[in-house]
Design a protein around this ligand. Structure first.
Ligand SMILES: *[C@@H]1O[C@H](CO)[C@@H](O)[C@H](O)[C@H]1NC(C)=O
Length: 215
């Protein structure tokens, strides 16, 4: 049942929170063998600052938008990735005045998912698509090469759990940032990969039109 799988992930999150703060090395030992069993670090786990801009998303969202960060570069350890999260939050919150890190979630090259705005709050990551999507970034520059398989598996698992939790529509459309705005993001290599996935939607959705129907 979906509900037991969902609570399984919550258990992992709680354990990770505990292990990260008490035993910093433990994260690496969490297996990603099962699609419902991947490391997901809560905001507390990476020492996020409080959000100064929380607007509820209308759930479940019809879109998932994939990003790369370009900067910061790919991170391969918990400490490096947590650092990348904090630096993005500082930049998005303090310099760009977005109130918080822009993305709903980010994933490190070592395969750990990090909670940004999370499932319930609108991100600031893809203009008009923000109101209708969960924005997930793969930390690093993925123009020429793909993120490691482990992190791509985490991306699939995160979307899957989002669907199971009722945060993302079952018939969601997967797009890259460049389909919502004029940008190279999520990078040529990553874009080519996600465009082979089952829920990928070709073309550029008219988010102005979608917004006028519903937010
Ligand atoms: C998102 O929705 C809110 C209302 O819920 C609206 O005020 C805002 O303009 C929308 N943002 C975009 C970028 O469409």
């Amino acid at each position: 049942m979906a509900s037991s799988q969902v609570s399984c992930v919550y258990v992992i999150v709680l354990l990770l929170n505990f292990s990260v703060s008490v035993f910093p090395g433990v994260v690496k030992e969490v297996a990603t063998s099962d699609l419902n069993d991947f490391p997901l670090i809560s905001r507390d786990g990476w020492h996020a600052e409080p959000s100064a801009n929380q607007k509820l998303l209308k759930l479940p969202t019809p879109y998932v938008v994939i990003h790369h960060t370009y900067i910061p570069k790919a991170c391969y350890s918990f400490e490096e990735c947590a650092n990348a999260m904090r630096s993005m939050q500082r930049y998005h919150k303090s310099s760009l005045k977005w109130g918080d890190i822009g993305y709903n979630f980010c994933i490190g090259a070592e395969g750990t998912a990090f909670e940004g705005r999370g499932w319930d709050y609108k991100g600031v990551h893809a203009g008009r698509a923000n109101n209708h999507s969960i924005g997930i970034c793969m930390i690093g520059d993925w123009r020429e090469k793909l993120p490691p398989k482990k992190s791509m598996d985490t991306l699939k698992a995160l979307i899957k759990i989002g669907v199971q939790m009722g945060k993302i529509r079952e018939d969601y459309k997967l797009i890259g940032h460049m389909q919502a705005m004029s940008t190279e993001c999520p990078g040529t290599a990553l874009m080519a990969e996600i465009s082979t996935w089952k829920n990928f939607a070709q073309g550029k959705p008219d988010f102005a039109q979608i917004s006028s129907i519903s937010n």
